[in-house]
Design a protein around this ligand. Sequence first.
Ligand code: FAD
Ligand code: MLT
Ligand code: ZN
Length: 487
Amino acid sequence: FSCAAAHVQRNPAYSVLNSDDVSYFKSILGESGVVQDEDRVAVSNVDWMGKYKGSSQLLLLPKSTAEVSKILSYCNSRRLAVVPQGGNTGLVGGSVPVYDEVNGILTCEAGCVLENLSSFVENKGFIMPLDLGAKGSCHIGGNISTNAGGLRFIRYGSLHGSVLGLEVVLSDGTVLDMLTTLRKDNTGYDLKHLFIGSEGSLGIVTKVAILTPAKLPSTNVAFLSCNDYISCQVWIGGSFLGSVALYLHVYVILKIKLLLAARRCLGEILSAFEFMDRHCINLAMKYLEGVHNPLPASPYNFYVLIETTGSDESYDKAKLEAFLLRSMEDGLVADGVIAQDISQASNFWRIREGISEASVKVGAVYKYDLSIPVEKLYDIVEEMRNRVGDMGQVLGYGHLGDGNLHLNILSTKYSDKMLAQIEPFVYEWTSKQRGSISAEHGLGLMKAEKIHYSKSSEAVQLMASIKKLLDPNSILNPYKVLPQSVL
Ligand code: FAD
Ligand code: MLT
Ligand code: ZN
């Protein structure tokens, strides 16, 4: 693997692929399941951002659990390294769904694209418990393996809660059937949790059983702006003012107040609370086609997208309108608009979901995905802006309702000078707050060596023991997740 900022030395313990290996794979998968075409393989060797480049020589397209099992069993015996890949939308370096309509449980293969699953269950009156900007490409197997969070997390929680069962193929080809659809099952250790979020390092997920919430008839989306520091002054009272730091602090309190108010006033119908700063809006307006700023009257510092989902159209809308009015009266919100139709609602969501797409158009993106106590969440963005100066553009956005900040630093090209301004500062700062350096994207290649900023050495040692137990030849997703020194 190599990337603009790091180069990984190949571990000589792995075998080198030869023509006998290719013949064996063809005997299992047929000609069409074994891709050697350099251009096609090259696509799978580069991540979504174009930042990390692998050097795999072969792409295998298994269609069944049995095929995955045979591949792994062979690779393990030959000590050939394997990188599991779903939709390849990860940001850190076939498909037959079955449905239980009474209990709302979907059972499907790992290669199902999230958006296709959403359409499938929506036709039956349910929704997927997760939604993300990459839905058109990412696979449910990839979602499980990264424990993707996304835009509905505030309402439906983590995949650790929604996933009821998994089928996983271990590194030696053993098929581990944990594909239960039971809501309650306390018989021994709940092993599926080991594979949720383990980024393909412990096994390959081949089937998934997942709980899907009912699709509710009324959805409303509001786009709000929060005042700048001068308006905060009015709210908090002039005598408190004095320093920039205090302004910032006051501002953050204001934002948290809005989140608390939303939780209290909207309660059970709140289904998304996303935020972005004005730099994100400017970027979205510049690079995303067909979107427009819903609140163009004035350039505000922050924008919040709130979605409600409930069962009573007029009651839900009245609730959101009352919340918006009250928040404006209380000075929490400067301006706001509720989408009047689907096209307005899509425009609001397109802005929020399109930030990552707009970011990569600038050239180089240094991407950080942090969990930080909400009251400190924006401090790191401001601190980073000071550190980076005019070398780059710093964006802060994310899932504020979950305490999850996406910090993106944009530049026209990758440089060591820029990286030195960002790292290790960003990790040290997050560690000091007892935050997480990977809230929802995983560690991947990018942060495998940084895990200690968020996990104790005892925890990392235990993870290494589990890895050695399940994948003694370390063939699964080499160089990712855990530091090389513990393996
Ligand atoms: P891939 O990128 O192919 O793989 C990701 C990891 O999972 C790799 O380590 C891979 O080895 C492993 N893997 C894949 N499939 C399997 C399998 N079947 N078994 C075992 N291991 C496997 N993430 C969020 O959490 N929240 C978001 O809101 C979000 N929004 C995004 C928006 C955009 C525009 C983009 C590009 C990405 C976004 N992501 C988000 C990141 C990414 O989409 C998720 O991590 C997604 O879950 C990855 O799925 P994938 O199928 O593309 O996996
Ligand atoms: C998001 O919330 O938009 C995604 O996690 C992607 C990103 O971090 O850019
Ligand atoms: Zn996200």
